[in-house]
Structure formats: C-alpha cells, structure tokens
Design a protein around this ligand. Structure first.
Ligand code: TXA
Ligand code: MG
Length: 344
C-alpha cells in the first residue's frame, strides 16, 4: 500500500473523511501526539488499527469526538457531576475521560471492558477530520506498538509507511505527550495516565484527585492495572536507558562516569540532558531535552526516536521533578527505561 502524506487542506480532509467512512485508517495530528484513526462504530475498521500497530488486542482505544453533543450516544447514562466539571473546564483539550459504555461501541474498541475512553481534542485538524468522517473516531497514538509516540508526521511515516493510505501533516504537536486519562466513574476523579492536564489542575476543578499508584512504579507480578496500557513496555528506544536523578552536580558527575565507562567497553552511549547542562558534558554525545517539564514533554519522544537514528546502544537521561507536567514526563521516561532508575 502506498502511503500519502498530505498537508491539512479541505481536499485532504475530504479524502480523509471518505477513507474513514470506508473503514480505512488515517493518521492525523492532535495537540498531544499523532493519532491513528478509524470509524469507532465499525468493528472491522477498528481491528485494522490493532493490525497496523501490532497492538495487543486487550489494550482499549480512545474514541475522539468534535463536539460535546456527540458524547451521549457513546456512554451509558449521563456524565457524573465530576465528569461534567472536568468537561466544562478542560474540553476541548488533552484530557480523556472514562465512562460506562453504551451498546453502540464495538467490543474491539474497549477490549471487552464495560467502560469507554472519550476525548474531545482541541487541534483544529483533529476536529475537522472527525467532522469530515461524520462519526466518532477511535484513535491510539500512531506509532508501532512499543515505539515512542509520534509528535511529527515524519515519525508516523517511519512507523506506518506502507501500512495505511493517508497521513495528515499538521506540523509538530504542541503538548508532545498523550492526554491525561481520568476515570470519572467514581466520585473522586482518578488519574490512570498523567498528561498535559495536571493533578494540580484537576484538584482545583474537582476539589480532590487520586493518582493511580501504578503511575510511577512497575506493575506487581500478576497485577491487573485499571488502564490496560500500563502493562506494556512503552516508548522504548532500542538502546538500554538509565534515568539518573539527584542533585544536579552529582547527576552530571555520575552520567559522565557511566558514559565514559560505556565508551571504554566499546558501547555507543548517548546522554539526554537538560539543555542548560549540555556544556557540563563536554564533547560527549548529547541530545537536549529543553529546560522545563513542558519543554521536555515536547522534546522527549522525538529525542528517543533520534537516539535510535544515532544508533545509540546505551542511554543516560536526566530527570525532572514528578510534579505538574513533570509527572507525565517521568511516567513516560520511566516506562521507556523499564524502571531502570539510579539515584545519586
Ligand atoms: O493523547 C492521546 O490520548 C492520544 C491521541 C491520539 O488522542 N491517544 C492515545 O491513545 O494516547 P493510546 O491508545 O496510545 O492510549 C490510550 C490509553 C491506554 O493506556 C489505554 O489502556 C487507556 O488509554 N484506555 C483506553 N480505554 C480505556 C478504558 N476503558 N479504561 C481504562 N483505560 C483505558
Ligand atoms: Mg500509545
């Protein structure tokens, strides 16, 4: 299959809408990461998503809408007061809510769960695609399963060329990390996956918030996570990644030492560093991550892909405090590292 890469124009959107209605897949930009979309009400189309990504069938998808009115046919009952407050404050935007599902959602979308994840993205191209399709669009991140999520159309091309007919190119993604996934089926909102909408913000809106304790630790043997996506190794570069955290001076010294040892062992090391600390690493091979959690969110997935392009076989990364957007950054980085973390 030939994969077309088109800028977001009215004619490209019309083609995208036709493809989705015909049960085909279209990759499209959102404010978080690129999505791989299919008609959420067509079980065969949804199965194609799992094939194209190589995604395990027990990991459910997010259903995307382009207006709040499109929510009620997808869910059972009315949104809870907690859900309402979050929808009013954060939609459209980088937030996904988990609701009891309606009969209309095929089991393939929810991996057999009785809940459905719904998101109303703010990116105009994402909204225009959903409008053009005239139906809800199921979309995971448009990477091959296990790879870093795509934050630019070129990343989607890397992973999906020959597997899907169309990629809409909307430029780089604003947030750079996937949406905050919040279970709103109980009274207190519970964060299953941190993202651009922070725990601090959710607490402000709802008065209270829980962060699922699987967010910053590996799953225990046999544990069933509330969000099935948590169980898979994710976002991983080919090289082995170690996160080094602690006092800045100690972190730099430790990374320099580990890098030099790796080089002596004939490895091909690479450092992921805060931009202002690059000079401290001298002529060692580094990629900059920016200087704040927000910048790191935008830069991280591209850096992990770049590490593969540079053929690094061992990586050392600096960390940021796990607060605000930093919680989402560290959640992804720790998974990319397989929870290989050194405190100095
Ligand atoms: O920002 C995003 O959310 C992007 C863009 C494309 O919208 N999408 C995305 O989808 O990240 P995906 O499939 O890569 O991640 C969806 C996450 C997974 O961790 C999945 O397990 C969880 O949402 N999820 C989906 N449905 C769920 C449900 N009913 N209950 C609990 N978790 C669910
Ligand atoms: Mg994903």
């Amino acid at each position: 299959m030939q994969t077309q890469l088109l800028p977001v124009t009215p004619s490209a959107l019309a083609l995208a809408g036709t493809l989705i209605r015909a049960g085909e897949l279209v990759a499209f930009p959102t404010e978080t990461v690129y999505g791989l979309g299919a008609d959420a009400l067509n079980a065969d189309a949804v199965k194609r998503i799992f094939e194209a990504k190589g995604r395990p069938g027990d990991n459910p998808l997010i259903v995307h809408i382009s207006a709040v009115e499109q929510l009620s046919p997808l869910i059972a009952g009315a949104p809870s007061p907690t859900a309402r407050r979050l929808m009013d404050a954060c939609w459209p935007g980088p937030m996904t809510l988990i609701f009891p599902k309606s009969e209309r959602i095929p089991a393939a979308v929810t991996a057999g769960l009785d809940t459905v994840a719904v998101r109303f993205p703010v990116h105009p191209a994402a909204q225009a695609l959903i409008d053009a399709a005239r139906r809800p669009v199921a979309a995971p991140s448009a990477n091959r399963s296990g790879r870093p999520s795509p934050t630019a159309a070129a990343h989607v091309m890397e992973d999906m060329a020959g597997r899907i007919p169309l990629i809409l190119d909307g430029g780089p993604c604003d947030v750079g990390l996937e949406s905050t996934v919040i279970d709103v089926t109980g009274e207190t909102p519970r964060i299953l996956r941190p993202g651009g909408v922070t725990p601090e913000r959710i607490a402000q809106i709802c008065g209270d918030v829980q962060v699922d304790d699987a967010v910053l630790r590996p799953l225990r043997e046999g544990e069933r996570p509330r969000s099935p996506g948590m169980k898979y190794r994710h976002y991983a570069p080919s090289g082995a990644l170690t996160i080094v955290q602690g006092e800045p001076g100690a972190v730099v010294a430790a990374i320099r030492r580990m890098y030099d040892d790796a080089l002596t062992d004939g490895r091909r090391p690479l450092i992921l560093a805060l931009t202002h600390r690059l000079p401290a690493y001298g002529d060692r091979r580094c990629l900059p991550l920016g200087d704040s959690a927000d910048e790191m969110a935008r830069a991280m997935f591209a850096a992990l892909r770049q590490a593969d392009a540079l053929d690094a076989d061992i990586l050392f990364s600096e960390a940021v405090p796990a607060e605000g957007v930093g919680l989402a950054v560290m959640n992804r980085l720790e998974r990319a590292a397989g929870f290989n973390i050194v405190s100095v």
